[in-house]
Design a protein around this ligand. Sequence first.
Ligand code: PGA
Ligand code: ZN
Length: 427
Amino acid sequence: TINQLHAREILDSRGNPTIEVECRLADGLTARAAVPSGASTGQREAAELRDGDPARFGGKGVKNAIKQVHETIAPVLIGQDARHQAAIDAMMIELDGTENKSKLGANAILGVSLAVARAAAMASGLPLFQYLGGPGATRLPVPHMNIMNGGVHAHWQGADFQEFMIAPYGANTLREAVEWGSEIYHALQSLLQKKGLSVGVGDEGGFAPHVSSNKAPIELILEAISTAGLRPGADVGIAIDPASSEFFKDGQYHLRAENRTLDPAQMVEYYTRLITDYPIALLEDGMAENDWSGWKQLNQAIGGQIELVGDDIFCTNPAIIAKGIEEDIANAVLIKLNQIGTLTETIAATRLARDHGWGAFVSHRSGETIDSFIADMTVALDTGHLKTGAPARGERVEKYNQLMRIEEALGAAASYAGKNAYVRPIR
Ligand code: PGA
Ligand code: ZN
C-alpha cells in the first residue's frame, strides 16, 4: 500500500532541474525514480510542466510539478496497492484530464508511475526486470552506443545528423558487447587525436568534432572498429539517428555541414545510397515528423532492408503509432517513457508495435539522470535493443552497468539478442 509520495527537484545531466519521486509503502520500503528530458523533442510529446519563472533556472524549475505530486496526486494514490500499476496510471491520467498531460505535467506523472513500479517490485521481492517481465524475461538487448554526436546535442558544432551509434550485435553476451563498445570508443578517441580533431563530447557522451559531411563520422567510426580488432558489419554495425525534424524547414532538408539542401525524394536517395555504402542496421528519424509522405517514400525504398524507427513522428503515442502502422510509413518505433508519461502507456505502445510485427527500440533522453529504469524495462519487454548513449559518462553507463548486473543475475538463463535484435535481422 502506498503510504507517501515525496517529490524533489534535482539536476539532470545537462545541469537543468528535473523531478525525482520517492514512493514509500506502508511497510516502510521506499523506492525512487527520476525523470529525463529531451532536447530534440517531438511536437506531440506529453508536456513537461516547467515553472516558467525566469528568476529560477532560466524558467526550467519544476516546483509546480512537485506541487502537483504532493497536492493533487498523492491524496488520491495514498492507500492504493502499488502493484496495480495500470489502475494507478489511469487515475493520474484522469486527474490530469488533458490530452498531453499538461495540467499535472508528464514529468510529475511519470516520476510517480516509475517510483510506484519500483516500490511494487521491492515489495514483491523481485528484481525490477522480473517484476515487469515475468520469468520469461531473459534476453539481453543489443546496446546502441552513441559515440559521435551532432545536431542539437553538439550545439551544431559537428554533423547535422544527431547520433552515430555502434551496435555490437556480433558479441556473444551483453558484457562482451559493452567491452567492445568501450574499446571502440577509446580507439575513436585516439584516432580523432591523431587527426587533430576535437575529443570534446556532446550531450550523450559521444565525440563532436567539426566535420564537413555527415558521412565523415561513419568513416571515422568504421576505422575505429577495425583498429579495435573488430569487423565492421560482421561484428559491429552502425545505427544513425539524424533527428531530421531539426533540419527540415519549408519542405526541405538543410544539410549545413555539407552545404546543400535536399527535397524529400533526394533525402530518400541519400539514405538509399548510405545504406549500400555502409553497414547500417538501423535508421531512426530519417525523415521529419511533419513529412509523413517522405516517411512513406523512405519505407517503400528501404524499409524491406533495414529497420526504420520513428521517434519524433510517433512520440511513443499508441494512437499515432496505430496510424503509422495503418499507413505503413515505418517498421519500428522508438520507445521513450517521458514522451507519453506513464509506464502503462509505454508498455501499450511497445505491445502495439510488436503485435504488428514492428520493432521497438527503447531509448534514454539527451538530458538524463542515473536512474536505470529503462535497462530493466528493455529486458522485461524483450525488445532486443536499446540506445542509451556513449559507453562513458555516469548517466549513460549506469544503464549499461545495470544490464550487466541483470545478465549476471540471470546466469545460464541469459541470452543475447545479437543479430536477431532487428525487425530486419542482420545476415
Ligand atoms: P532527445 O534526443 O532526448 O534530445 O530528444 C534523443 C533522440 O532524438 O532520440
Ligand atoms: Zn531520435
